[in-house]
Design a protein. Structure first.
Length: 391
């Protein structure tokens, strides 16, 4: 049973350098004829990371061989390229994208039909041997100094762990933390289906979605997901700062067979204060755009307590690329006054794992805390904080 002794033991082994990694998964990348499947943003970052560590890449496989690689000196070939010939059986392919379980399995099946025999998803590769796993951290620009876990942040870490409701939550907390400390994500348990994210499908407390506050609305995907599973939303307030996605969200609502009676959409981000911030867009993965001092555009951000006066949410979702703690601070009055259910992403930075529950617990007592993961590499990990009245 996962308890505080297990957490203290993990931290002790981290401090003494005795945390083990799994040697049974793909870890030795040298000497292989290595191809990366997917020449998008993640694939290019992985190429640069491997090349910087002296690991040679034979090239990319992609359904679009005309995709631009910028200054990367590599070829892009169709997986069905006849020129690959017998190479398919002997080479190693890494799926260099943040694919869901279903997509991973579909790609593997398609490549197997073409004759590829050694295909690994990102979560099946132990990057501990590559630049101390910097690839995983570089995906989200996470520069957290892990040494602080043993000092300044230890009390918060222990507090967050103690808040979790059950065995499954505490075990996932330990697995997630260990994966980050070793930079070996191959040992994390299989995630839940991404289609179940934010539903809390296996959580014993019921969730009231009737007045939904959607922060990081994207194109309305969470709204579609909730309503597709029969969750009735009567009133909606959504924030999405990227104008093209904002328009898609509006179109999603118009096309919905069960639209909310009231819907308020804002082309803004959410933050601890109402201000303008620089924003780093990402052409290859719009959902990965985030607040950044060196960003290429400027977005308007609002403090939720100011923007939503009179709107009493029953459920708040936040997936805002690392700005979750700041946005929660800007929603303190809403949380204190109404006690809504919360589903907050905690995977953009390691410290979010404990900073988010620690912060919420200081705003309102009585919440029950659950932790769930919906994608590989610890991605799409969500902390649920549910009020006792939701049961």
């Amino acid at each position: 049973m996962a308890n505080m002794n297990d957490l203290n033991d993990l931290l002790h082994r981290f401090e003494t350098g005795t945390l083990e990694t799994d040697k049974g998964k793909l870890g030795d990348l040298e000497g292989r004829q290595l191809f990366l499947y997917g020449a998008g943003n993640v694939g290019r970052r992985l190429y640069q990371n491997l090349a910087a560590n002296g690991i040679k890449i034979a090239g990319f496989l992609d359904r679009n061989p005309a995709v631009s690689l910028g200054d990367i000196p590599a070829s892009v070939r169709l997986p069905s390229d006849p020129g690959l010939g017998g190479i398919r059986e002997s080479c190693t392919v890494i799926l260099s994208g943040l694919f869901s379980l279903k997509v991973c399995n579909d790609i593997k099946a398609n490549l197997a039909q073409l004759g590829f025999r050694n295909v690994y998803a990102l979560h099946e590769v132990n990057f501990n041997q590559v630049n101390s796993g910097a690839f995983r951290e570089s995906l989200f620009d996470d520069r957290y100094d892990k040494v602080d876990i043993l000092g300044a942040d230890r009390s918060k870490l222990e507090h967050a762990f103690a808040l979790l409701a059950g065995e499954a939550d505490r075990s996932l907390f330990l697995d997630y933390l260990k994966a980050h400390l070793t930079m070996d994500f191959t040992r994390m348990p299989p995630p839940h289906d991404i289609a179940l994210q934010y539903l809390g499908h296996d959580i014993p407390d019921a969730i009231d979605f009737s007045r939904f506050l959607d922060c990081g609305g994207y194109d309305g995907d969470t709204f579609r997901q909730l309503t597709a599973h029969g969750r009735r939303i009567h009133a909606l307030a959504a924030f999405e700062p990227q104008s093209d996605l904002y328009r898609k969200y509006a179109a999603t609502l118009k096309a919905s067979p069960t639209p909310p009676a009231e819907a308020f959409l804002f082309p803004c981000g959410v933050y601890s204060e109402t201000t303008q911030l620089r924003f780093a867009s990402n052409d290859s993965a719009q959902s990965a755009a985030r607040v950044s001092a060196g960003g290429d555009s400027v977005i308007q951000c609002v403090k939720l307590d100011e923007a939503l006066q009179g709107f009493a949410p029953t459920f708040i979702k936040m997936d805002i690329e690392g700005a979750e703690t700041a946005a929660l601070k800007g929603a303190r009055e809403l949380i204190e006054a109404h006690g809504p259910g919360l589903a907050i992403c905690v995977y953009h930075g390691l410290s979010d794992l404990w900073e988010v529950p620690h912060l919420i617990s200081g705003m309102r007592s009585g919440y029950r805390y659950y932790l769930r993961n919906y994608n590989y590499l610890g991605l799409e990990t969500v902390l649920y904080a549910l009020p006792p009245t939701s049961k």
